[in-house]
Design a protein around this ligand. Structure first.
Ligand SMILES: Cc1ncc(COP(=O)(O)O)c(C=O)c1O
Length: 397
């Protein structure tokens, strides 16, 4: 029997979903068989398997069947309390999520009506752009510029344009620490300026911060949430400081906002994964997380330093890159006219992968840019991968 005609059955929103080009890459190639600077995967070396085994067994001894039962929608109390202590807030300001991707999605779902504007950086995180599109948000990206006044002016111009079109800005989405994809970090004055703009123009800020604790140099900058906890929603994640397979994150926000998210999550997943939450709480409270994080930071710092030195040594003239103080990525800019989407097939068939920068630009610009990850591969593979990529670029430029 022929399949039914499914097309008319799908919702209109399905037409607004777009596939992640990063995940499409993963479908096509075995990441371990090539030199992959493409994904945002942590190194499997950072997963403390023995500690996790111990925590799992402790959780079963301590909580028994409760660890496998449905749990509270807000998250299990021990984890909410542990996150609250770590972040210096009260537990009523903490919602546990099934990862920070879900944090982005629920925030968009409770704040955005079709056609509402979401302001963000240009470039911005692809998974967030996917979520904004799925709710038919109108995405406006503002590029970062070093001069504070010029940066403020760029936002004011974007905001004035939205107002002149009779549209409403619901929130500004930013990744202020070691941005994905650029690797850049916003300074305190920039954060204060953005919070002030949000107050002035009456929108919220969603501060997405999965990399905040992965700092390899310099001093931490105050979170945007700490500058205005009633206007900023902060998203945290266990993915890069513990293990992404647990799919756990958290939201810090004003309780009135959290209440809407709480009800929304009831229809999404009822509650975050309960066993995972108890294991994460045990890992956090026992001090194992901080011990492991220190090792992770040392490992990633050495990989970042290696990548930076290799780029310096092998990349042809005319290519520049960011110098991230933390996180998992840096961003390359090739000369104007270079097409990193076209070049990608050539690179992949030679055995090296990256993500074309234009995919992160909501306005479709950035064709001459690419994102490189440095957490996933071994130092040997990073070295061979950069040499190969540099050779291919040299023949192209
Ligand atoms: C900026 C940003 N936000 C959110 C996420 C999603 O992380 P999680 O594993 O917590 O869903 C990522 C993952 O790479 C990211 O880079």
């Amino acid at each position: 029997m022929a399949n039914p005609d499914y097309a008319p059955m799908f919702s209109k929103d399905v037409g607004n979903f777009f596939r992640s080009p990063v995940r499409e890459i993963f479908k096509k190639v075995d990441l371990n068989a090539i030199y992959s600077f493409a994904g945002g995967y942590p190194s499997a070396e950072t997963f403390p398997l023995e500690d996790i085994r111990q925590c799992m067994s402790l959780v079963i001894d301590k909580w028994g069947g409760q660890a496998f039962q449905y749990g509270a929608t807000q998250g299990v109390t021990v984890l909410r309390e542990a996150v609250a202590r770590r972040c210096g807030v009260t537990p009523d300001r903490v919602q546990i999520t099934s990862s920070s991707q879900q944090g982005i999605d629920v925030c968009t779902r409770v704040l955005v009506d079709p056609g509402d504007v979401v302001l963000t950086s240009n470039p911005s995180y692809l998974g967030a752009l996917q979520s904004f599109c799925s709710y038919r948000a109108d995405i406006r990206g503002v590029a970062h510029v070093a001069d504070l006044q010029a940066y403020r002016q760029a936002f004011e111009t974007a905001i004035d344009k939205v107002v002149s079109e009779g549209k409403k800005i619901k929130f500004l989405y930013m990744i202020p620490d070691f941005q994905n994809p650029s690797g850049e970090t916003l300074g305190l004055a920039e954060r204060m300026m953005l919070v002030e703009l949000a107050r002035k123009h009456g929108f919220l800020i969603v501060e997405d911060s999965p990399y905040r604790e992965l700092r390899y140099e310099g001093e931490p900058v105050a979170s945007m949430y700490s500058l205005d906890p009633e206007r900023v929603i902060h998203l945290g994640s266990f993915s890069k400081i513990f293990a992404p397979g647990f799919r756990l994150g958290w939201i810090l926000a004003n309780p009135e906002i959290l209440d809407k998210i709480y009800v929304c999550k009831q229809s999404l997943d009822l509650c975050p994964p309960v066993f995972d939450q108890y294991v994460a709480a045990e890992f956090l409270d026992s001090g194992k997380l901080d011990k492991n994080l220190a090792k992770t930071i040392a490992l990633y710092k050495s990989k970042r330093d290696l990548l930076l030195s290799l780029l310096e040594k092998y990349m042809p003239q005319g290519i520049s890159w960011t110098h991230p103080e933390g996180g998992l990525f840096l961003f390359l800019t090739m000369p104007e006219g270079f097409d990193s989407v076209k070049f990608y097939d050539k690179a992949l068939s030679a055995g090296v992968a990256y993500v074309a920068g234009s995919f992160f630009h909501p306005d479709g610009s950035g064709l001459n840019t690419m994102r490189m990850n440095f957490s996933f591969m071994s130092p040997e593979k990073i070295t061979a991968g950069v040499k190969l990529l540099a050779e291919l670029l040299r023949s192209e430029l």
